[in-house]
Design a protein around this ligand. Structure first.
Ligand code: 8IG
Length: 271
């Protein structure tokens, strides 16, 4: 991160306002792979643009990562919905990964909902298709979008206030710690055993760096609270006799779209 990364986000936010015709937003949602169908459940888009219309966004790389930004009014809140995100494994660097969240912050957003598809590490309690509330993370990417001596408190990276709201909405929600790895390989069975020993409940290739960017906030000191969910689309390697593939992720997303979309639609007005 440099002053440049913040100015690029400020430019993207200005362009976003001009292109969508809205000059303020309440909340941002980042829809990861598997979650894009859930976005349709939120309601009719009031505006939608390709991310590549804004400065600083990398073109989308993966099927199911749609690369569009949608504006949806949900229960009196104006949501900025990112359909797809940039991942570290794409090679554009940690600033590119953080750019969506920084753009949302620069556009006035003070609450960010991050969603992802993940491998489940606790077959005892998790099933494919479960949404899981993320309580904390292990950033094992060996990367950060931050540089310089700005020390960020990560004690409550995932807002206790917002997690309580989510649990109020859906008391049956499972909860877990998300381990973020760089990918693009899935893990070996030995790595999955390691992650379980480290205390992770979920493993994926996103979210942690965006959370860091949201908690760091803008140079002005404005930050965003973070709420995050994983959709368990497979069990970690070696925990089941299945092999891992991306089509499975998309299918699990389609199957769970309605449940996840209504969960989000119910929570948004309360944020
Ligand atoms: I979906 O098992 C999904 N994303 N690293 N491991 C990692 N990322 C994932 C996995 C998984 N499943």
């Amino acid at each position: 991160m440099s002053d440049d990364a913040f100015s690029l986000a400020a430019e993207a936010a200005d362009r976003l306002k001009a292109r969508t015709g809205f000059d303020s937003f309440d909340v941002a949602l980042v829809m990861g792979s598997g979650w894009v169908p859930a976005a349709d459940v939120l309601g009719e888009p009031a505006a939608e643009i390709p991310v590549t219309d804004l400065p600083g966004f990398a073109p989308p790389a993966v099927e199911g990562h749609a690369g569009r930004i949608r504006v949806v009014e949900v229960g009196g809140r104006r949501a900025l919905v990112f359909l797809g995100r940039t991942h570290l494994y794409e090679g554009h660097g940690a600033d590119a990964v953080a750019h969506g969240v920084r753009t949302a912050l620069a556009a006035g957003v003070r609450a960010v909902v991050l969603t992802n598809a993940a491998g489940g590490l606790r077959p005892e309690t998790q099933q494919v298709g479960d949404p899981v509330l993320i309580t904390d993370h292990l950033n094992l990417t060996a990367a950060t979008p931050l540089v310089g001596a700005t020390f960020v408190d990560m004690t409550e990276a995932y807002s206790a206030r917002l997690r309580a709201l989510a649990l109020e909405t859906d008391p049956g929600l499972k909860q877990g710690v998300y381990a973020a790895l760089r990918g693009p390989t899935y893990e070996t069975p030995a790595e999955i055993r390691m992650l379980r020993t480290l205390g992770a409940d979920l493993v994926g290739m996103s979210t942690a760096l965006e959370t860091i960017a949201a908690r760091r906030g803008l140079p002005s000191g404005e930050t965003a609270e973070v709420l995050a969910f994983s959709l368990v689309t497979n069990l970690g390697a070696g925990l089941s006799d299945r092999h891992l593939d991306h089509e499975e992720v998309l299918e699990a997303g389609r199957a769970a779209a309605h449940r996840m979309g209504s969960l989000l639609a119910t929570i948004l007005p309360k944020l």
